[in-house]
Design a protein around this ligand. Structure first.
Ligand SMILES: Nc1nc2c(c(=O)[nH]1)N[C@H]1C(S)=C(S)[C@@H](COP(=O)(O)O)O[C@H]1N2
Ligand SMILES: [Mo]
Length: 196
């Protein structure tokens, strides 16, 4: 069964598959707990903490510049999906709307359902990071984090927060859900920062 869905990396793709990962051509769903039900009419994204505060409605979010992104996705449970095609909004474009306090060094991403995951700003405020609302030309399905999730391609996928609804800027690192439960604080797949 396993062999049907997970392949040994093709040598030509080898430099794109981190150590200890197997390729999948599908897109598995990995969620701790139930998928929250979210109504776009009441949906909000809030920014607070060491930043000027901001609350965006769905229509305000959709007014920001939209782009397509192709990104690889590496789950710590050892599957990798290459070349996922997303549509979204760059994190840097979103953050142009606020002013960060110079003391801010970290961000805690918050989600509908209570999941959280933390990042240093150097990993969060990067050109290739985005908030996604479409996957493979379809609206992002609820089980994959729709209506909106973050995607942080250079780190393990638990840093890509599904159903994101908040960014809390902090002057210190604060562990998120999996980080409190034994996952690594940073999660670089290339150095196999899986568990701490
Ligand atoms: N809100 C929330 N975000 C989450 C998770 C979760 O359980 N809840 N799981 C994480 C993990 S471990 C992975 S591998 C990816 C899986 O995303 P997918 O289900 O779209 O493949 O989402 C991450 N983001
Ligand atoms: Mo994961």
């Amino acid at each position: 069964m396993l062999g049907k869905f997970f392949k040994k990396p093709d040598p030509s793709l080898g430099d794109r598959v981190p150590p200890g990962q197997h390729l999948t051509e599908g897109f598995p769903v990995l969620t701790y707990g139930p998928t929250p039900e979210i109504d776009l009419e009441t949906w909000q994204l809030k920014i607070w903490g060491l930043s000027s505060p901001l609350v965006l409605s769905w229509s305000e979010l959709m007014a920001l510049p939209q782009q397509e992104f192709t990104a690889d996705f590496h789950c710590v449970t050892r599957w990798s999906r290459l070349d996922a095609k997303w549509t979204g909004i760059k994190i840097t474009d979103l953050l142009n709307l606020v002013k960060l306090d110079p003391q801010a060094t970290h961000v805690l991403q918050h989600c509908y359902g209570g999941y959280t995951t933390n990042l240093p700003l150097s990993d969060f405020v990067r050109d290739e990071n985005f908030l996604a609302f479409r996957l493979f030309d379809e609206p992002l399905a609820p089980e994959h984090g729709g209506p909106l999730r973050s995607v942080v391609p250079h780190l393990y996928a638990w840093k890509s927060a599904k159903w994101i609804n908040g960014l809390e800027f902090l002057a210190q690192d604060e562990a998120g859900f999996w980080e409190r439960n034994g996952y690594h604080h940073r999660g670089d797949p290339w150095s196999e920062e899986r568990y701490s």
